[in-house]
Design a protein around this ligand. Structure first.
Ligand code: LLP
Length: 414
């Protein structure tokens, strides 16, 4: 029921004792991903979209522990690269459960996926350009094909994640019908696809509705032309609340709006969220190593940086922050600016955030780190990527070991 599966898990809901123990056992910075919460998110997606094709956008969190959990919930895997297809295959997804969405695909990616198709003939490739369709023809591919369309409407939490009319994704909407008809001569065209952007909130629903309406129109036109598609994929992008006081997205309302905007179509609706499934299943643990006073704020230095969690630096993204110091409730709250160890002035998690008076060695938790967290980590400043622990019930296990300095230099020719 709703009580056991709330629409959102806030940072305050995490068990502080357990997080402190994990940090002691595994060191920091440390990603923690709760597979039970991933299952709950998948269950809420299923409840809202019971008869849609449900797919997980692997790019949000491609770790094997998450992929195996997602596979058990019977979602498919939407993959953005050969690497993600390999991860999906390794996690046990069958070809029929894999959609590969090619975006300006490097030749190696197409070669890899066409090879995989020899073994797994049910794999679906989504092409977003006529060049991609031609390059599949050249490789002798005549399997399941989906055409990605640029519907000309964008939505999302930041300019950098909105997909507008001039974006690189998809074929022009007004030529899509013709491109589908042409492809249907050589491939098994099984669907059409569009994705408006990431982090859709209640306010953005108008754009989502418009995208779905256009896709419904296109689907009816394509079917009237004689192409029997199986699905209309309207992308992902369901937002999650990053601020503590932000209400959760009403997924049932999104589903109702989607159905209504799509209208009657002789094909299955498909959705492919990433963030919604994993964001609030993850936290990032980091330890304070430096505290100093600046003229207008307290500067707090922590061992995670923009290389660990890029979102604040890249999108000015807000992530909730919680002190896990055992006596935090007794400390006075004061504004703090939390920064990492990277030599970039954009290496800042938050400015002037109210925080229980910070002290060296305090542990902090950063919320909603399950989506686009580890996934976007880099090794800039020759800084190893963190470890990740997966929780399931009372169990915790190391899901990805911490990178070592030798891992980082292993690729160098000497
Ligand atoms: N489908 C396609 C084709 C996509 O490109 C994406 C995300 C998704 C589905 C899943 O979107 P989601 O449900 O996770 O919002 N790094 C950014 C997000 C970039 C998303 C790119 N595409 C961030 O951290 O906010």
């Amino acid at each position: 029921g709703a009580a056991e599966n709330p629409a959102v898990r806030r940072l305050a809901d995490w068990d502080a004792d357990r997080l402190r123990r994990l940090a002691d056992d595994h060191g920091t910075p440390l990603y923690v991903i709760d597979l039970d919460r991933v299952r709950q998110n998948a269950a809420r997606l299923e409840a809202a979209f019971p008869d849609a094709d449900r797919r997980y956008a692997v790019k949000a969190h491609s770790g094997n522990a998450v992929l195996e959990t997602i596979r058990e919930t019977e979602l498919d895997a939407e993959c953005a690269s050969a690497g993600e297809v390999k991860r999906a295959l390794d996690a046990g997804f069958s070809g029929a459960e894999i959609q590969y969405t090619a975006v300006n695909p490097p030749s190696e990616d197409l070669d890899f996926v066409v090879d995989a198709w020899q073994e797994e003939p049910e794999i679906t490739i989504t092409a977003g350009a006529e060049d991609t369709v031609d390059r599949l023809r050249e490789r002798g591919y005549d399997g399941r094909l989906c055409i990605r369309v640029n519907p000309g409407v964008g939505a999302g939490h930041h300019e950098k994640v909105r997909v507008g009319a001039d974006a690189k994704f998809g074929v022009p909407y007004d030529r899509a019908e013709e491109i589908v008809a042409d492809a249907a001569d050589d491939f098994e065209v099984v669907g059409i696809h569009a994705h408006a952007g990431s982090g859709i909130s209640g306010d953005d629903l108008q754009n989502h509705r418009e995208l779905v309406r256009r896709m419904g129109d296109l689907a009816r036109a394509v079917i009237a032309d004689g192409t029997e598609i199986e699905f209309v994929d309207v992308g992902g992008g369901f937002g999650v609340p990053y601020r503590e006081d932000e209400p959760p997205l009403d997924l049932d309302a999104v589903a109702a709006a989607t159905r209504e905007a799509l209208g009657e179509v002789d094909a299955q609706l498909a959705v492919e969220p990433g963030r919604y499934l994993v964001a609030d299943a993850g936290v990032l643990l980091t330890r304070i190593n430096t505290v100093k006073n600046a003229p207008e704020t307290t500067l707090v230095g922590v061992d995670a940086g923009m290389t660990t969690l890029l979102r604040p630096a890249m999108y000015d993204a807000y992530h909730a922050l919680r002190s896990l110091a055992p006596d935090a409730p007794d400390r006075t709250v004061e504004p703090a600016t939390v920064t990492g160890p990277i030599c970039e002035s954009s290496d800042v998690f938050c400015e002037d955030r109210p925080l229980p008076a910070p002290a060296r060695d305090d542990l902090l938790a950063i919320g909603n780190a399950g989506a686009y967290g580890y996934e976007m980590a880099s090794t800039y400043n020759t800084r190893p990527r963190p470890a990740e622990v997966a929780l399931s019930g009372d169990d915790s296990r190391l899901a990805r070991r911490r990178e070592t300095l030798s891992d980082l230099t292993a690729l160098e020719a000497r």
